[in-house]
Design a protein around this ligand. Sequence first.
Ligand code: UDP
Length: 481
Amino acid sequence: MVKLQEVTLSTWAIDRFAPLLGEDRLHQMKVFGEASAKRLAGRAFWHVNSTARGGGVAEILQSLLCYARGLGIDARWLVIEGTAPFFQLTKRLHHALHGAPGDGSPLGAAERATYEQVLAYNARAMLEQVRPGDVVLLHDPQTAGLAPALLQHGATVAWRCHVGADHTNADTELAWSFLQPYLRDVPATVFSRRAYIPAALDGRRAAVVAPSIDPFSAKNQRLDDSCVRAILVHIGLIEGPAGDAEPVYRAEDGSHARVTRKAEIVRSGRPPAWNTPLVVQVSRWDPLKDPVGVMRGFAAQLTGADPLDAHLVLAGPNVAAVTDDPEGAVVFQDSIAAWQQFPDRVRDRIHLVSLPMTDREENAAMVNALQRHAAVILQKSLREGFGLTVTEAMWKARPVIGSATGGIQDQIEDRVHGLLLDDPHDLPSYGAAIRRLLRDSALAARLGERARERARDELLTLRELTQYLEVVARIDPMEAR
Ligand code: UDP
């Protein structure tokens, strides 16, 4: 029995963006958004993905859809249900779209049968809610196979792919040949970068839309230093005292919420003190985020004639919580095993942090505090679709070191908005970049400021929402009339 989950959404006015975007730009977005709502005329604008929490897509939808509702659009969010074999094969597809082999498992007829069977169940449940004429934006490979049933039902369907590879190889070919049959009749596809549009799909129907962040969410809202400190002491990441402030943040419903849970932290030494510089990477426990490489490159900077006096924090979701990512637990265990191999003085300076996911906003507030407290933020991915963690760091005016891969390159111009690593496998260069930012505070501050400006001008939610509405305007037959 498949139970689709409909995520409850609030309705948020977009006016709060005025101080960030300026009255004129906001007015234009409002006029266009409200005109889109009028043309949709009560028809729903569905978004469908495979998890309500954890990872970049859920993060974006949570805010974007509430602002869409604020413009009068009947935006809705459905989360499909799947089995363990389904999520294993979609994870394999995810890696393959990045051009990586993942677990190397086959993507043949048996996997196709599993994929189609799970999505047929989901489609059946979905067709009870989606009406002909509704617009549906399917997100990522997990949902692509729903397109034929929805099109047949009379919905207007587009597919949004959040991952991609800068270069094609046998894995990307494999993934696209798996997905292509489901996308043949879809009138529009959306990619985060032009380089991600595959030859297998009709490029003329593809749009490029970069992801975005919500500056007012628990993840990105302003927190003053005393509050950052209170949160980080409370979760056990840094040593007390916490000071006078409470570990609180503003929840989406406007109330003051409190961080009550603690992080689970794998460490051997004491928590770092408030004034210990932290080098931080926040990400899912995924081999493409290279947690082991992050540790090894950092560890090399702790020895030698001039060791760094900083600690490394690798933080990610508690692996028990993220249902569509079966690989997380394995990668987390591998990270612990690699950490155990280091000598004591290195181990004492590396903290592996599992953040509780029970309350999405509480988790976001923890990430926010951690990112704001970081002396340097890393995203040393081997491959990366876009890299929202980079956007989040930029918005917080933190100096970032990111791999020159995928969307990280679109966000950071090297030495302007952060530092780019040409080769994420080159651990000495990565270590040198950390050293440079920790030692040159003027450079770190300058990069952080430029990063924040770019995030404000180009990477906030309303820009992405407007672009989706442009795609809808292009493909919706009712709008075209
Ligand atoms: N994230 C989070 N809690 C965690 C770990 C990650 O909220 O414990 C968020 C992170 O802040 C970012 C998103 O998950 O918003 C990850 O998006 P990104 O594009 O960086 O990578 P993806 O997971 O989509 O590959």
